[in-house]
Design a protein around this ligand. Structure first.
Ligand code: PLP
Length: 365
């Protein structure tokens, strides 16, 4: 028998994160609507800042991410010392889990919650308790019922991925009020800037005042900087201090820092990105509905549509058909939604072409 170092128990039971596909067989330049990226690209100012960073490749970045810290604090009116930055929100989420979870502890998340939460919790040998989401919505009642005395963290995506649904501000506050104070409520606002429903709240006000609320945000979506990997969390001071003790010292690059500062200052690009989503999201929702598909009302930069189970009309076949037409969308079977496709909102011509292709598909071609 070969003896060899083995990963600790549980690691090999983890299903690795499945990114959105980027290729369609036989298609030269497919349109990628599978990862909720910004179809407008990124701010020209951020691009210029990135290019300028080429002159500093030999220098370590600022370990405190000071320029972005100051810019984010000013933009959102936050205390700078309570911000934590990371290699995308992904890393920040990992760090939160590492700080709080011991083996045998658990996290609570919605049944359709973002899979990164459960991956990093399991890496800490913690358990994952999933609360049912009736009608694709996180339910206060079910989330609270899943809490037990080993629960340390509760994750909510606000608005949700892949559902696009959201909790109202009222629901959020009711959930927080009933949560034991030893449980940290983590509100992942990767898509928060795209929400326009007046009942939506991003949770930052709650995080300002409470000792057990963290809000995370990313530069990957609204700002179109997914390639640069930079995200942040606004935490209680004691949590920011704990995370800072274990994070990698240089976890955001100079290029990411400089581009992020430029992006945050470019309100014109942000407005254009938001306007595209708020213009085409209701249109896509209505058109998909007109094709007989059930669409979850979305507050994010994508929509989730449910396909029939009839052979010839299934989500899997629709995904393949769209790919053959040059449009890559996201099958979400790994979220327990095998009959659904998640479609990122594209440019006008993409959205129209997706609907034309899907109406052909639904007619049986
Ligand atoms: C809900 C949610 N949280 C976090 C992330 C990760 O963001 P980042 O690019 O900042 O790591 C994503 C990316 O798709 C997401 O959908």
């Amino acid at each position: 028998m070969n003896e060899r170092p083995e990963p600790k128990p549980g690691i090999l039971d983890i299903q690795a994160y499945i990114p959105g596909k980027a290729k369609a067989e036989g298609i030269e330049n497919p349109v990628k609507l599978s990862s909720n990226e910004n179809i407008l690209g990124s701010s020209p100012a951020a691009r210029a800042a990135f290019m300028a960073a080429a002159d500093t490749l030999h220098i370590y970045p600022d370990s405190r991410t000071t320029m972005v810290r100051e810019a984010v604090a000013a933009h959102f009116r936050l205390e700078p010392e309570r911000l934590v930055f990371g290699d995308g929100t992904d890393e920040v989420l990992h760090l939160i889990n590492q700080v709080f979870l011991e083996p045998g502890d658990n996290i609570v998340m919605g049944q359709y919650g973002f899979s990164a939460y459960s991956i990093s919790a399991r890496a800490c040998q913690a358990e994952v308790r999933e609360a049912v989401e009736p009608n694709y919505r996180v339910s206060v009642e079910h989330m609270l019922a899943a809490v037990d005395d080993r629960t340390r963290l509760m994750f909510i995506t606000q608005p949700g991925n892949p559902t696009g649904s959201f909790m109202t501000g009222e629901e959020l506050r009711a959930l927080h009020a009933a949560l034991p104070p030893r449980v940290m409520l983590v509100l992942d606002g990767a898509y928060a800037e795209f929400a326009d429903d007046p009942r939506f709240e991003d949770g930052i006000d709650l995080a300002r005042d409470e000792q057990n609320v963290i809000v995370t945000r990313t530069f990957s979506k609204l700002h179109g900087l997914a390639a640069l990997r930079i995200g942040w969390a606004y935490c209680p001071a004691h949590t920011a201090d704990a995370i800072d003790r274990i994070r990698a010292p240089f976890n955001t690059s100079i290029a990411a820092q400089q581009a992020a500062v430029a992006a945050l200052a470019d309100s014109e690009f942000q407005e254009r990105s938001r306007a595209l989503v708020t213009r085409w999201r209701p249109w896509l929702t209505q058109q998909l509905g007109g094709l007989g598909l059930e669409v979850v009302p979305s507050q994010a930069n994508f929509v989730l549509a449910r396909f029939p189970t009839t052979p010839g009309r299934t989500a899997r076949e629709a995904e393949a058909f769209l790919a053959s037409q040059g449009y890559i969308v996201r099958g979400v079977g790994n979220y327990g939604l095998p009959d659904h496709l998640r479609i990122t909102i594209g440019l006008e011509e993409h959205n129209r072409a997706v609907i034309v292709a899907l109406s052909t598909f639904m007619r049986g071609r």
